[in-house]
Design a binder for this molecule. Structure first.
Ligand code: GLN
Length: 343
């Protein structure tokens, strides 16, 4: 009897010791269906009435898009698609396209080629800055702002303009997992009014940093920006990056894991133009915005998330997009820099 009592006491002491020494999981991630659906619906309700920001209007057609469109899509690397709000309405992808064209160039030519022929440092300037090109004499421009993006488009393989465009549209469609198409009114509206981008392309040509006819390269770039996407399309595109280049819904290998490895850091440092640092400080994940109101973010190895909401802040980034994605990442404890210490 005495022996039994001693043994029980010993077991209790050992259990308490074990409990005290085992690491406490402070940041348990819960990506269960119930939790993700709750977080997305909370994000939608929390931000749906935000009235900050305004549609871009320097491309006339964008000013006419319904500012109340608000949709969120989160797609996991297992291909689960979670949505809240309006995921049917389509907007032009605009600068979010720069990611997929850059990825295609990396895939075709290797990462060194993008570093050497375009550059990968953030310019820290507005997306259509001409002075950034001039200051660097055409070197060290960045594929996620207009000059580097037009240079990227000029590097896409294809014997002529139409072959290059076909290639650009195809890679976007593969990332989205369905055949995407052009928003013709947006394309026509911007093509008739893109002298600034034409000027950038010609300045790059003068510095030997434009790799196709500058007028045609700008035209393909303008078309690429006018590809229509819904929040769901953009969420799947982001998830394909999160999944190392394999579309988690169609299972198609779109680009290699190495291509994704070189793409995400550029999104981290330059995805939200001159506000990229503020975004990365607050959200900790690679992201990319477009002036049509689309914003995507990637939690590597976990999920992609996208928001479509046209009103933009001064830097040209979707206001509700930033609020909603940051909220979801926080609630899901998905910031990769939130580190569980080893005890
Ligand atoms: N097509 C737009 C432009 O070139 C894209 C800009 C953006 O989304 N930031 O001005």
């Amino acid at each position: 009897m005495k022996l039994l009592l001693v043994n029980t006491r010993l077991v209790v002491i050992m259990l308490v010791a074990l409990l005290l020494s085992s690491p406490v999981t402070l940041f348990a991630q819960d990506l269960s269906k119930a939790n993700v659906e709750k977080v997305l619906s909370d994000a939608y309700n929390k931000f749906k009435d935000v009235k900050e920001g305004a549609n871009a209007d320097y491309i006339k057609e964008l000013a006419t898009v319904d500012p109340n469109i608000f949709g969120i899509a989160l797609v996991t690397v297992d291909g689960q698609v979670y949505t809240a709000g309006d995921i049917q309405s389509m907007v032009s992808i605009q600068s979010v396209s720069k990611v997929f064209t850059m990825a295609k160039v990396i895939e075709e030519q290797g990462h060194q080629s993008v570093q050497d022929k375009i550059g990968v440092d953030a310019t820290g300037e507005v997306f259509n800055s001409i002075t950034a090109v001039e200051r660097m004499r055409g070197k060290e421009i960045n594929p996620l702002v207009n000059p580097g993006a037009i240079a990227s488009t000029s590097l896409i393989s294809g014997a002529d303009s139409s072959a290059k465009w076909k290639n650009v549209l195809q890679v976007h469609s593969d990332f989205a997992g369905r055949q995407l198409s052009l928003n013709v009114p947006v394309y026509i509206s911007e093509a008739g009014d893109n002298l600034r981008n034409q000027a950038i392309a010609h300045l790059l040509l003068a510095y030997g940093r434009m790799y196709f006819d500058p007028v045609e390269a700008t035209d393909i770039y303008t078309k690429q920006c006018a590809i229509n996407v819904s929040a769901k399309d953009a969420g799947i595109m982001a998830a394909t990056l999160a999944n190392g280049g394999v579309n988690p819904v169609t299972k198609k290998k779109v680009v290699s894991p190495e291509t994704v490895m070189y793409t995400l850091p550029v999104m981290s440092t330059a995805g939200l133009y001159d506000d990229s640092g503020i975004w990365f400080y607050n959200a900790g994940v690679p992201a990319k915005s477009g002036v049509g109101g689309c914003l995507i973010a990637v939690v590597p190895g976990k999920f992609g998330i996208a928001v479509v909401s046209p009103p933009l802040d001064k830097a040209g980034n979707s206001v509700k997009g930033q609020y909603a994605i940051k909220y979801v990442i926080e609630q899901l404890k998905a910031n990769p820099y939130l580190i569980q210490p080893k005890q």
